[in-house]
Design a protein around this ligand. Structure first.
Ligand SMILES: C[S@@+](CC[C@H](N)C(=O)[O-])C[C@H]1O[C@@H](n2cnc3c(N)ncnc32)[C@H](O)[C@@H]1O
Length: 233
């Protein structure tokens, strides 16, 4: 019995931005598990894979977001055991995540729990929203001898400003309800460039140049900020 299941990165949301390998594994899998945090909301991952496989192969799995680590661990363990059961019945299984599976992804929790119950996991990388945002803007994330930092949007402007000073380029993910913090930070830091890129490859895609003012509230969800600090002369 082959006990390896695949953790597939699907890219940021444009179905053409998945790898050839991920597409092949989707097509070859008997069951494709799609973890989702919001039961009512649309699943970008589901919409991407429907371009390649029939809905009958998709196993949606609702795992609500919570700050209760034990509850979350229990839910992922239960899903890992469910997937192990599928594998023991001889099914080939893959689970999917938006972007890359190793970056701020629920797949990271599921992978840990699958390994704990004796299931091998093989990751197939996906194009991260980090790369997609930089490509959309046409700006380098890093050049020779440079570097860039990637962070979740901090809670307060002083912390965000401190991070921006550490790298020529800083990427903030999961801006969400911390958009006012980002706006305040940009005012404080007066960077060379500051962009917020929303819903890359999806309906409602937009780029906001934050040096021209605060982006609208709806820009906060599914968005990535790329900030270039002022050159030190
Ligand atoms: C839970 S993290 C998942 C990151 C993902 N694994 C990746 O590699 O891009 C969710 C965050 O990724 C970013 N994101 C994912 N897809 C995006 C898209 N299509 N457009 C803009 N930002 C996106 C946003 O910052 C969002 O808050």
């Amino acid at each position: 019995m082959n006990k390896t299941v695949y953790s597939l990165g699907l890219g940021p949301g444009d179905h053409e931005l998945i790898t050839v390998k991920a597409k092949r594994i989707l097509e070859e899998s008997d069951i494709v598990v799609v973890p989702q945090s919001n039961e009512q909301g649309r699943s970008v991952a589901r919409e991407v894979i429907l371009h390649y496989i029939d809905a009958s192969k998709i196993h949606m799995c609702y795992i609500p977001m919570t700050n209760n680590r034990e509850e979350l661990a229990r839910k992922y363990t239960r899903l890992a055991e469910e997937i192990k059961g599928m594998v023991e019945q001889g099914k080939s299984v893959a689970y999917v995540t938006q972007g890359d599976p190793t970056i701020y992804s629920t797949s990271n929790y599921l992978t840990e729990k699958l390994r704990a119950v004796g299931v091998q996991v093989s990751h197939i990388p996906g194009i991260s929203s980090i790369n997609a945002a930089a490509s959309m803007l046409g700006v380098p994330l890093s050049i020779k001898k440079g570097n860039f930092g990637v962070y979740e949007m901090p809670r307060d402007p002083a912390a965000a400003a401190d991070l921006i000073q550490r790298h020529p380029t800083t990427v903030f993910m999961k801006v969400n309800n911390r958009l006012p913090v980002l706006v305040e930070t940009v005012k404080m830091v007066e960077p060379e460039e500051a962009f917020l890129v929303r819903r890359i490859g999806l309906d409602g895609e937009a780029v906001y140049d934050m040096l021209n003012g605060a982006p609208p509230p709806e820009s906060a969800y599914l968005s990535v900020a790329i900030i270039k600090r002022r050159r030190i002369s």
